[in-house]
Design a protein around this ligand. Sequence first.
Ligand SMILES: C[S@@+](CC[C@H](N)C(=O)[O-])C[C@H]1O[C@@H](n2cnc3c(N)ncnc32)[C@H](O)[C@@H]1O
Length: 273
Amino acid sequence: MPVSVPALTPLQATLWLTLCGRALDNRLPNPILGDALADEIVRKTDYDYRKLHISPSSAINIAHRARKLDEIAQRFLARHPDAVGLDLGAGLDSRVLRITPPPTADWYDIDFPEVLAARRHLLPKRATPHGIGADLNSPAWLEALPTDRPAVIVADGLIAFFSEEEMISLVNRLIEHFPSGEIAFNGYSKFAIWAQKHAKIAETIRGITKFPGLDDPRDAERWHPKLKLVREILCPREPEVAKFPLGLRLMNRLTAVSASLSRMGNAVFVYRF
Ligand SMILES: C[S@@+](CC[C@H](N)C(=O)[O-])C[C@H]1O[C@@H](n2cnc3c(N)ncnc32)[C@H](O)[C@@H]1O
């Protein structure tokens, strides 16, 4: 019998889109991320991912950006083994198990309390070493985190659901809390936000996206004086594209010629503070 799926609001239920994307990537002959646990959860809950209309290329893009965010967190924690890692809007992602931080680092997954309860119900305990059930828009949750350690903060599939004002306020609170660190998130161009209003895959998130889109990642430097772009990862230019199925590989090779087209497709922005 399938494991029961906890009731979630439409905003919280967006976690299925990314979880199922990673699960479908895992079922490909050459997975980009190979997230077997995501696949296991989708199978054991018998979640009907078909209703999400996730194309193979969307699944690969979701897996690819997760892999890039994993690499950023992993490299930061290797350089700063005393750091803390934060996954904002972690959903049912088990990033900490993919990146295996050094034992001296601490990893925090933050999402709404209902999602944290779902994590505890569906994921092994080790997937959430520190879980914080909170609305990221409320300032109180940060109080539980140390203030004297560097932080690597990742947000995968999150910022689309924040208005720019909410994003600025969140980034300011994070930067004021930690002495230094990196913040990385997958970007949404203005076109991507527009496309979400029309694409079939975005049916479940229609009406709940708030972000206006970011065409130039440097624009986010205005959010806080300490925030500096250190790297823009244009996924079509990354080496994993060589593993993509032929059609998608060719499309990515063409897209890679133009930075703005690549940014519209799949990009991860990395900032330091
Ligand atoms: C598209 S899902 C991505 C989940 C996860 N990062 C992943 O890659 O599978 C977006 C997640 O952000 C969470 N989220 C959105 N707004 C939030 C907020 N204000 N506070 C806490 N979590 C939020 C949702 O509950 C959901 O789990």
